[in-house]
Design a protein around this ligand. Sequence first.
Ligand code: ATP
Length: 486
Amino acid sequence: MATEQNNLPDIISHCKEYGFIFPSSDIYDGLSAVYDYGQWGVELKKNIKDIWWKSMVYMHENIVGIDSAIFMHPTIWKASGHVDNFSDPMIDNLDSKKRYRVDHLIEGFCEQVADSNKQLADELLVKMDALLAADDFVGLKQLIVDNNMKCAVSGTCNWTDVRQFNLMFSTQLGSVAEDSDTIYLRPETAQGIFVNFLNVQKTGRMKIPFGIAQIGKAFRNEIVARGFIFRMREFEQMEMQFFVRPGTQKEWYEYWKEARMKWHLALGISASKYRFHDHVKLAHYADAACDIEFDFPMGFKEVEGIHSRTNFDLSQHQEYSKKKQMYFDNDIDEATGKPYGNYIPYVVETSIGLDRTILMVLSEAYTVEDLSTEDKKDSRVVLKFPPKLAPIKLAIFPLMKKDGLAELAREMMNEYREDFFCFYEEKDAIGKRYRRMDALGTPFCVTIDHQTKEDGTVTIRYRDSMDQERVKMSDVKAIVLNAIKS
Ligand code: ATP
């Protein structure tokens, strides 16, 4: 069920106002579906990356990381099927020349009619799924025309036929047009892992089952890019390919489904905000696949995919590169009493969008609280990040600049900054400084006042409860460290 009110516009403006996320090329009026992370967004992003990397690489002895290049040999995308298959069915309105992804056009129409005729909306979605699963483009157009689905710009129902449109960006490698080669900006990080499978396996002496993890940029020429950082043209993925013995992929698929859901729940988000969505129509490479969906402000949508990719990718690379992608398994097969021998491993993949995870964390954290009293109207916007994800862990405020308070605060800052990110602020009234830290999601603030000089205590203020208490200055570090560990 979607959140009652879609507060995405509020989240977008909050992100811009408080230095989390800006439209790319803002002073040139932006570039559609491309965004820049500001000073606090980049910290949030880094914290999420670190938590994912730690959970994959540091917590598993049999998973290692790599960082492969964005540019890769063009044949890789032929082998992977992206040149021929990485496309979405599109339809153009002949009057406005506006292009739509067919599923988005139909879903948008269904959303509109659902209020007055939910049954019709549900029936149309079921029909659409069946037609998409059968690649029935004629049927999809018929569905659009029969139900008089109109272009939002021209208001007409004057459509082209449904066609496939490839989502990869291409560019030229080499400076002179005649001798340059067309190459692609990678649409997923996974292929960089597959083509390094043997490099890593051999140099790392990896034994199956083992995994290779990677965090990096991916690019897709999304036609209808909507939903802020939910669907971008340049985005980041955190992917892990887990290489297994053929026949064991179903077990590993179940293992990773559970492990990944646990990871999500460990972010402190409640289980009711998640659900699995099993794929009915499987991608050309998969023998099982599901999405982890999160209840975003615009409803339940995919944040992560878990795919059992068979040995499709490695087999294709073996065929196209003419280099063997075999693994020799000397473990004994109990059924035959002999080693398993040579085979192309099967792969279970977990693939999560970093930007979508950021949107998930932001939408979970974004809270507007009414603090009005009988005499005064008041409210605050607070980002209730789990402390481990918060960009700033601790804000340190001298009550005033003079009387040596600023120096004391600076001393504290210098002592703590090695352990976590601290923020120093001496301007404005304390209440105003607290509210600003609420808007940035800082879990703890401390204020240093004259009493600190006398008895070494400070006021610590907790973001979520807004409670304040006096604690020993020397206890603050442990309080913060304890909170960011959990
Ligand atoms: P969708 O159906 O939403 O287009 P997908 O199934 O094509 O997504 P995958 O190819 O499985 O996505 O990619 C893995 C993950 O990468 C997704 O779960 C998502 O979090 C992220 N991702 C994919 N496309 C985008 C995009 N255009 N912008 C931001 N994140 C994306």
